[in-house]
Design a protein around this ligand. Structure first.
Ligand SMILES: O=C(O)CCC(=O)C(=O)O
Length: 403
């Protein structure tokens, strides 16, 4: 698309902080980067791209945690310059793409500028996205098709035959604290998300396309993150929706927008969710809010996390199986430190020779329904499979009562 935007993108923090940032970048050996950015600021579009490439290489020079933090700000800086050049040339989609990359991969210093520019580019689009009224789909609503018999055939053995998850409606904060948070006991919380705007809006693919269609998002492709062929891709939200709608991807190359801080990236979607008060019942502090969005058949293999978690089901249904933290050793955690919170056991295909004890272990499971929130205590093992198109939000938090 090529239109004539009214004025240049404004970047107040970049304008005022550039000298300081460039000094810090050169002190980390980034002389060539600093020279490219200086040329980019003087109007050289190719230098902006080159600076972005240089910073990208630094971000991929080793494990993510080992990247010198200033290179993340350097990356955002270069993305802003690239976006400014595209915007000035009336190239709105590439401008938005560069800004999203800055948000996804960059540091915190220039986030305000990135968001400001995104607002301006969105405004220039004048109502982004394309609506979708193809045959067989009613006004862009997700299909509600669900056949329990069929589903039971794809669920892991023994599913829904053990202890079922407790469900509570209208549970008070005090009740949640006493009966679940402190003892570490899972529960499904009903009727607590009826007021979320997302409950109406996210069932409509036209709405999603409109607010986020041209945005770039990271997705996972493959059976799950433990499988050999698994990879990550960056695609537009529209392309992602298209993959779900066309449903042409089989389980080996299923696309999952998983564990992504989508709501820090796309402000319109952030306004559609509400952090549950339960997260603050014990003096809690939110650690991260993640989106989990995909077609039927996505699997998050058995693993545990260090934080309290509320997994809120906005669209569709998911099967969730939980094993208590106390039986960790019997679930054969991986020995490498990177994967030590994941089990070696494939719950969909348990190897009885290798893991003889697993089939006898008790677990709690459920089908998490639209509008329900599941509390998963810290360190509890969980396996999750989507049964329909599904959009969930997880809230991870830590608590004063834990310390
Ligand atoms: O919904 C999923 O696929 C996984 C959710 C999960 O693992 C989590 O919230 O920690």
């Amino acid at each position: 698309m090529s239109t004539g935007p009214s004025a240049a993108l404004e970047t107040p923090t970049l304008d005022s902080e550039s000298p300081t940032l460039l000094r810090r970048i050169t002190s980390e050996g980034g002389y060539a980067f600093a020279s490219m950015v200086t040329r980019a600021a003087a109007g050289d579009a190719r230098a902006a791209e080159a600076a972005k490439e240089m910073a990208w290489e630094q971000l991929h020079s080793g494990p993510w945690h080992a990247v010198v933090p200033i290179w993340r700000d350097a990356y955002s800086m270069a993305c802003l310059h690239v976006a400014k050049h595209h915007y000035a040339a009336g190239e709105l989609k590439p401008a938005l793409g560069a800004l999203d990359m800055g948000l996804i991969m960059g540091g915190l210093t220039l986030r305000g500028d990135l968001n400001l520019c995104i607002e301006k580019v969105n405004a220039a689009f004048g109502g982004i996205g394309v609506s979708d009224n193809r045959e067989g789909r009613q006004n862009g609503q997700w299909s509600k098709e669900f056949d329990l018999e069929k589903v039971l055939r794809v669920l892991p053995v023994k599913s829904l035959s053990c202890k079922v998850m407790e469900k509570k409606s209208g549970l008070s904060l005090e009740g949640f604290l006493r009966e679940h948070l402190v003892p570490g006991s899972p529960v499904i919380l009903c009727d607590s998300m009826t007021h979320w705007p997302a409950m109406n809006k996210w069932n409509d693919t036209n709405y999603l396309k409109q607010v986020a269609g041209f945005r770039t998002v990271p997705v996972e492709v493959g059976k799950n993150y433990l499988s050999q062929e698994w990879k990550q891709e960056l695609i537009t939200f529209s392309e992602f929706l298209e993959r779900i709608i066309s449903n042409e991807y089989c389980s080996a190359n299923v696309t999952y927008l998983a564990q992504h801080q989508l709501f820090d990236q796309i402000q319109e979607l952030k306004h559609d969710i509400v952090i549950p008060d339960y997260c603050f019942a014990g003096g809690g502090e939110i650690k991260s809010v993640n989106a989990w969005f995909g077609p039927p058949g996505t699997v998050t293999p058995l693993h545990h996390d260090p934080h309290h978690n509320i997994l809120a089901q906005v669209v569709g249904k998911k099967y969730v199986r939980l094993y208590p933290a106390s039986i960790s050793e019997e679930l054969y955690p991986h020995s490498e430190s990177m994967l030590s919170n994941s089990s070696q056991v494939d719950i969909d295909d348990i190897d009885e020779q290798e893991f003889p004890k697993v089939l006898d272990l008790d677990f709690i499971d459920c089908i998490l329904e639209e509008g329900e929130m599941l509390y998963i205590p810290p360190k509890w093992w969980h396996y999750v499979r989507s049964l329909t198109t599904s959009f969930s939000v997880s809230f991870w938090w830590s608590n004063m009562v834990d310390e």
